[in-house]
Design a protein. Structure first.
Length: 438
């Protein structure tokens, strides 16, 4: 094919140009950033603002200034539960204040009123081929729900700019209420009997998801669902899903359109699919050794993995320089409830061995575990073993943070995002001038 031949012929020269720019001249300044940052995916360039969460390299994620342990301790809990109301977290993300129990329950009550999905949404998903990936179904379901967007309706009717946040909040409450039902239906459609789930008015957000997904131990899984949705809710605005929501929303696309786009980013192997890769690696280790290996066996296996040019998934983080507190919270959850589970024992052993191996190798800036190193293990224990579905779970939680960001972006009138691009030749000319001056 002529197009293939033309591109293939040009690629060696282009790749060498890019390599020379990034490896030899990456520190040359282009306006206020460097060549390396321009070509490096804007890594560490401070160009986004969010007050919803912040990732401290030395402490991990903070939601509205509160650390993970503080959030889990301070947020109100359902009677007899160990994990907080998800509605309490949403209250915190939207208002910046720790709610009391009545306030958290008011958010849960709002979700209860909005927790229904039109039948045509189910019809859209049933019409798809059976091999369709759950994330494709999730994104399509969100787009199908967009017909009910109050933001889109109000915008076309005409409203003042400083009122945008009001229908944005309405849409965000509607969307976050419907996502657990949508996710549970996709699970049933793909792996169970395909029946439509129903919201139980007597249960909270996490417990509802547990009963809709039809796991056996619903009481314990409800605790995990609360924890999981809270921990995965937000992670600054620079990750792919959060940034996509912000970017698309900056064009005044409504929360449904913006969140569907965000989920398309979350579906990527370098973002939301990482949790299933981590679990897959753990299961491979169990299979290879017929159970949990010894420390020495795992140490050698880790080195064999690296020497084969592969990575050990779940270890290392773009920002953190300490173990991810989200990993710690989930590991504590597992060790308190099922410490003898082979995957939990292995995950703990990996935590003790792999960082040492990565430090010896010397390539990883942060050899500590991130959230993905353990999250799939907990789902697997409770019988949710369909790897392809894990990113949908991630997406339900992520909606809490990105919709809170969306509401505040509209409330503060944040503008459309429109960075400026340059050509490779322009960068080469900048480098040439810099070398002449030097």
């Amino acid at each position: 094919m002529i197009l293939y031949d033309k591109i293939a012929a040009q690629l060696p020269e282009w790749r060498e140009r890019v390599r020379r720019l990034t490896k030899e001249h990456g520190e040359v300044v282009v306006d206020k950033v460097t060549v390396g940052q321009v070509y490096g995916g804007m890594r560490d360039v401070k160009v986004l603002v969010t007050d919803i969460s912040y990732v401290d390299p030395a402490e991990g994620i903070r939601f509205r200034g509160y650390s993970i342990p503080e959030v889990l301790s301070l947020l109100p809990k359902p009677d007899g539960a160990d994990m907080p109301y998800v509605g309490g977290l949403y209250y915190l993300l939207l208002t910046g204040e720790i709610p009391n129990k009545a306030q958290a329950e008011e958010v849960e009550a709002e979700w209860r009123k909005r927790a229904s999905i039109p039948s045509y949404v189910y019809d859209v998903l049933r019409a798809m081929p059976p091999e369709t990936h759950p994330m494709t179904l999730f994104s399509q379901g969100i787009l199908a729900l967009q017909v009910g967007s109050k933001f889109a309706q109000k915008y076309h009717q005409g409203m003042k700019k400083d009122e945008y946040w009001v229908p944005a909040l309405e849409d965000s409450l509607d969307l976050t209420a419907k996502l657990p039902i949508l996710g549970a239906f996709i699970y049933r459609l793909k792996y169970r009997d395909g029946t439509e789930p129903r919201w139980d008015a007597s249960l909270d957000y996490g417990a509802n998801f547990a009963q809709m997904i039809q796991v056996e131990n619903q009481k314990e899984y409800a605790e995990l669902a609360r924890l999981y949705f809270i921990l995965h809710s937000d992670h600054e605005s620079g990750n792919v899903s959060a940034h996509t929501m912000h970017l698309v929303g900056s064009a005044l696309s409504d929360p449904y359109l913006s969140f569907s786009a965000a989920m398309n980013g979350l579906a990527g192997p370098l973002h939301g699919l990482a949790n299933q890769e981590c679990l897959g690696w753990l299961l491979d280790v169990i299979q290879k050794f017929g159970g949990v290996p010894t420390r020495e066996q795992l140490y050698q296996f880790a080195w064999d993995t690296l020497n084969a040019g592969k990575v050990i998934p779940g270890y290392g983080h773009a920002v953190l320089r300490v173990p991810d507190p989200r990993f710690t919270a989930q590991m504590q959850f597992a060790q308190q409830r099922f410490p003898e589970d082979d995957l939990v024992r292995l995950a703990q052993l990996v935590y003790e061995v792999v960082p040492q191996v990565l430090r010896e190798q010397g390539k990883a800036k942060n050899p500590a575990p991130n959230v993905d190193a353990i999250s799939g293990t907990l789902q697997y224990h409770y019988g949710v073993r369909e790897f392809d579905f894990y990113t949908v779970l991630f997406g339900i939680g992520r909606a809490l943070g990105v919709t809170a960001n969306y509401v505040w972006a509209r409330a503060l009138g944040q503008p459309i995002e429109r960075p400026k691009s340059v050509t490779t030749r322009m960068l080469e000319e900048i480098v040439e001038k810099a070398l002449q001056v030097a």
